[in-house]
Design a protein around this ligand. Structure first.
Ligand code: NAP
Length: 259
């Protein structure tokens, strides 16, 4: 399927690895030119080069922390007029509800709620003026089914989800869609770190931890960054203009719910 976005300009935050990289690669495959971001310059430049080599699009790499105002300013400087925005950042650490203080919450909110909102506020007005735009926020299955040890993530992502629910309806009339993609477990560094945590906690190997987790997923496996990226590229395509304010689970059936 031709996604209709060849030549469009996309910003993909937190994209040197994992799900962000998968989204960047899929948008490039559809012909979009990219500004990609992550903190670590080396992995980011490697990813930029891999995307250029695979798909021949323009890729500008901006090494910056997207959760800070300075970092976002650098990315926005490089971005200029942008048609597609994919919001992403690392997830907050696990822990126990009684241990988190105000600073922990502020950090989680900065990363997983306020940073994507700031990027939307910066780039969506231009999209509305030009009459076309796509925003996809990478959130988590924890928005639909809370993961108790990830209470900081549950809280911050719920805040972003509420913002998107209202805002997406305010901008849809200008040709701009905002939607959220909710990953279940995908085979990325983040999933490896979670498996290592379980392995240490339960005294089992990481392979055993992974096998144990796979049994909780009806598809029987972890998702891949490639299939996640393909879903993102579709939401960013010209075909997805009537999909507004949705929360799409990509979890192999992990969340046991009818709707
Ligand atoms: P990942 O494989 O660890 O990759 C994270 C990417 O984000 C890296 O490129 C990293 O590069 C970049 N990054 C992290 N913090 C950043 C920051 N402050 N500013 C700019 N770039 C930053 O993670 P992932 O699995 O793709 O996860 C992406 C998001 O989805 C996370 O929020 C995660 O919590 C959520 N999620 C993932 C899963 C899963 O199974 N993988 C499930 C549910 C939710 P640098 O470190 O160099 O900055």
């Amino acid at each position: 399927m031709d996604l209709g976005i060849a030549g469009k300009r996309a910003v993909v935050c937190a994209a040197s690895k994992g799900l962000g990289r998968g989204c960047a690669m899929a948008l490039a495959e559809a012909g979009a030119h990219l500004v990609i971001n992550a903190r670590g310059a080396e992995a980011l430049e490697d990813t930029a080069e891999a995307i250029r080599a695979a798909h021949g699009v323009d890729v500008t790499a901006v090494a910056a922390d997207i959760t800070t105002e300075e970092g976002r300013a650098k990315v926005l400087d490089a971005a200029g007029d942008t048609d597609i925005l994919v919001n992403n950042a690392g997830g907050p650490p696990p822990g126990m509800w009684q241990d988190w203080d105000r600073e922990d919450f502020i950090k989680a909110l900065d990363g997983n709620m306020l940073a994507p909102i700031a990027m939307i506020q910066a780039l969506v007005p231009g999209m509305m003026d030009r009459g076309w735009g796509r925003v996809v926020n990478i959130t988590s299955q924890s928005v639909k089914a809370p993961i108790p040890v990830l209470g900081l993530s549950n809280s911050a992502r719920a805040g972003l989800t509420g913002f998107v629910a209202g805002t997406s309806r305010q901008v849809a009339g200008s040709g701009v869609t905002i939607n959220n993609l909710l990953p279940g477990i995908h085979a990325t560094d983040r999933a490896k770190a979670l498996d290592e945590g379980v392995s240490k906690q339960q005294g089992i190997s990481t392979d055993e931890a992974k096998a144990q987790r796979c049994k909780t997923i009806p598809a029987g496996r972890y998702g891949t960054a490639e299939e996640f990226g393909a879903a993102c590229a579709f939401l960013c395509s010209t075909h997805a203009g009537f999909i507004v304010g949705q929360n799409l689970l990509l979890d192999g059936g992990g969340v046991n719910a009818t709707l």
